[in-house]
Design a protein around this ligand. Structure first.
Ligand code: GAF
Length: 389
């Protein structure tokens, strides 16, 4: 993985000129994210703590007459066009174009007029790695369409619109974390999001000052049944909440956990509930440590989160566990899978001068098991969606 963010913006602008002629009237960027901690808590109305990556998706765009949207994607090399009929109801545009059409649909469904537009898209957010390339795409398109249409929409209202594009138009039952991260994150900070009322606090996450780095390790593990398993985890959590008589698992406090578990007959549901309740608490504990600038002390919480995802929520895969174990054995202060699971990335909190060593240790562990070599990159908390100068 590399992150030549400026190149991406240049490629989007150049792509626009080549495909459509002339200059785009603007460029809008939205980042991928890693979640520092708080996994599968968003749809349980709990807490998450993502930060934005330097890798981002850039849309170069201008208006065009009529209700037509023409979209070029550098990645696919295709240009697609859709019109008002295609965004009258979900499902008419498929493939990558659905994420773009979904945003147009979502804005219109919420009563916002959306101008016709030509859009050229480039990105360096890796696809299928659990770094939220889809939320980056939705959020960059949303930023472009809002500006092109002269629509003023407060940032706190934007993630739901982008999420509806994904939930309803694309049909993926994801929570509110990824779009919130893409839109609301700030450079140098993690985003402490309460997924019940969507209030946020920007928590300073100063890795340089602590002499630390976050290493993101792409496990290269193919996603295995991720969509079906994600939906199954949601159903388990809903079943747990319903059996406990609460609106959402967020309502079970850590001090009520033992009593709550004793009320549940089903062993699998007990494990799912335990993950969510303990994970919410780990987010709160991580935030408390970061507020006190005790960055290196969050390591054990990250590792505990991983163990909980591995043993209780059962969303890790062998490649991911290998990467976490190898990183910890090489001296990482903490390591965990990040994102929805069943593949994707691991993040490791490491001493800033040990990135090469930890990366080499993970690569060696992979080689010993005959696995495809992982890719690694160190990342800093980066800005959320923005119009580029
Ligand atoms: C995916 C989803 F899109 C998020 O909403 C969240 O549930 C995450 O998995 C797990 O924490 O990224």
């Amino acid at each position: 993985m590399t992150h030549p963010a400026d190149d991406v913006a240049e490629r989007a602008a150049a792509g626009f000129s080549e495909q459509f002629g002339g200059q785009a009237s603007g460029r809008w960027a939205a980042p991928g994210r890693v979640n520092l901690i708080g996994e599968h808590t968003d749809y349980n109305e709990g807490f998450v703590l993502p930060f934005a990556l330097p890798m981002r998706t850039v849309v170069a765009a201008d208006r065009q007459d009529g209700e037509h949207w023409t979209v070029w994607s550098e990645l696919s090399g295709e240009t697609i066009t859709f019109g008002a009929d295609d965004v009258a109801e979900p499902g008419r545009v498929t493939g990558w174009g659905a994420y773009v059409a979904g945003v147009v649909w979502s804005l219109r469904e919420a009563g916002h007029p959306v101008p016709g537009a030509r859009l050229a898209i480039a990105s360096d957010v890796p696809l299928g790695s659990g770094l939220s390339s889809s939320a980056a795409l939705e959020s960059a398109v949303l930023a472009a369409l809002l500006d092109l249409g002269g629509l003023e929409l407060a940032p706190e209202l934007q993630p739901r619109l982008a999420q509806r594009a994904e939930n309803v138009y694309v049909g993926a039952p994801t929570g509110i974390m990824d779009q919130s991260a893409a839109i609301r994150c700030r450079a140098g900070h993690a985003l402490f999001l309460d997924c019940r009322d969507e209030s946020v606090e920007h928590i300073p996450f100063d890795l340089d000052a602590a002499g630390l780095a976050v290493l993101v390790i792409d496990s290269r593990a193919p996603h295995r049944h991720a969509d079906g398993e994600y939906a199954a985890r949601r159903r388990s959590c809903e079943a747990g909440a319903s059996a406990l008589g609460v609106a959402a698992l967020r309502d079970v406090g850590i001090d009520q956990l033992d009593a709550a578990l004793a009320q549940l007959d089903d062993e699998e549901t007990r494990r799912r509930v335990r993950h969510v309740v303990t994970e919410d608490q780990r987010v709160l504990d991580t935030v408390a440590l970061l507020r006190a600038a005790r960055v290196r002390d969050i390591g054990p919480l990250l590792t505990a989160s991983h163990v909980s995802m591995r043993d209780d929520f059962e969303i890790t895969v062998p490649e991911i566990d290998t990467a976490v174990e190898a990183a910890l054995a090489a001296g990482a202060l903490g390591a965990r899978m990040t994102g929805g699971g069943f593949g994707g990335c691991v993040l490791a909190l490491i001493e800033a001068d040990r990135a090469d060593e930890v990366a080499a240790a993970v690569t060696d562990a992979y080689a010993a098991q005959g696995l495809t070599a992982p890719t690694t990159v160190t990342v800093l908390p980066s800005p959320g969606a923005t119009r580029l100068p």
